[in-house]
Unconditional design. Structure first.
Length: 339
């Protein structure tokens, strides 16, 4: 081995070791370099409680931060990490000077962070399943460093998007990659991580309620990595049962001939189509009690296991009549998409 190669390996080893710094050690080094003294004060001792917890404040120069944890050591590390974040927010230039060698997003972590409190991988799986993205794929990109100072880089692939994260353990690297992917998906559409449908206020106008319901259902059925332009072609490919439905063929024949549908029992016809094509039909009756000047019933029928989802809105003096109108409108929507 040449002398140059030996120095390169030593430099790399030193760099990898520096990446494993804890927040407390970084604060200590910064303080020593700038002739400051970090002061930790125990402000909560939860030993007497059923759940043991500690809280420390950390003061350094003009900065003060607080951290809590299940042990005094963990609380100090959390306080130190919070202090570093405050310092960087106040002086971003520190990332190019005193903190240049550390990647705060991936490497500066508490030694206690193996206790993952949020199952980001599970959350990401749910998001991908609900939005038809396919399950996320995790791969080990590289493994570097000496045995006592390993670093693992894991990549996370969803559709055509990739996020990577590095950590001292594979488990945490995978977790961080999943967190970054969830954040990326949220930046595209925050509703992806909402639990359930939002509650619709009674004071909203009826048509606004309709749009909200339709919008939420469309988001759930929309494959995020599919080109929007040819949605009618995607609709035809959603199921192979379209051509096998005798009822649907009769409906389409009438629509293609007349440009509309005349069906005395539209809801019954729709139910036959749903059964023959193995579709999923849902309904919503809008509460119009508190909406001004609205005494009619508004009925929405939706088929959500196709892309794009299709909807029919009916208005009538009673539920039965509104349901028939909604069924007719939904069938017309199917006919248009299958043309």
């Amino acid at each position: 081995m040449t002398e140059t190669m030996a120095f390169d390996l030593q430099d790399k080893s030193a760099h990898i070791s520096s990446l494993n710094k804890t927040p407390a050690s970084i604060v200590q080094e910064y303080a020593a370099k700038n002739r400051l003294v970090p002061q930790y004060d125990l402000i909560h001792n939860g030993v007497s409680h059923s759940k043991v917890s500690f809280k420390y404040s950390l003061t350094l120069d003009d900065y003060v931060a607080v951290g809590d944890g299940s042990s005094k050591k963990e609380a100090k590390h959390v306080a130190a990490l919070n202090l570093l974040k405050i310092m960087i927010e106040d002086k971003p230039e520190l990332l190019n000077t005193d903190f240049k060698q550390w990647d705060f997003d991936n490497h500066v972590v508490s030694p206690f962070d193996n206790n993952i409190k949020v199952n980001a991988v599970g959350q990401l799986n749910d998001i991908c399943t609900n939005n038809k993205l396919g399950l996320p794929e995790f791969n080990l990109v590289r493994e570097e460093g000496q045995a006592h100072a390993k670093l693992f880089t894991i990549s996370c692939h969803v559709a055509k998007m990739i996020e990577t994260a590095t950590h001292k353990t594979k488990k945490q690297a995978k977790h961080l990659a999943a967190v970054q992917m969830v954040n990326k998906l949220m930046s595209i559409d925050k509703s992806l991580v909402m639990e359930g449908n939002p509650t619709v206020s009674d004071s909203m106008k009826v048509l606004e309620q309709v749009e909200i319901i339709k919008s939420e259902q469309i988001k759930k059925s929309l494959p995020m990595d599919v080109n929007f332009d040819n949605y009618h072609l995607l609709f035809k490919e959603t199921t192979t049962e379209w051509s096998n439905s005798v009822t649907l063929q009769k409906v389409m024949s009438q629509y293609n001939k007349n440009g509309t549908l005349e069906l005395p029992e539209a809801f019954k016809v729709l139910c036959n189509v749903v059964t023959e094509c193995d579709l999923c039909l849902t309904s919503n009756v809008l509460d119009t009690e508190n909406v001004e000047r609205r005494s009619n019933v508004f009925y929405i029928l939706s088929i959500n296991n196709v892309y794009p989802a299709v909807h029919g809105l009916g208005e009538g003096v009673d539920t039965a009549f509104a349901q028939q109108i909604a069924a007719k409108e939904l069938l017309i929507g199917i006919c248009i998409l299958l043309q």
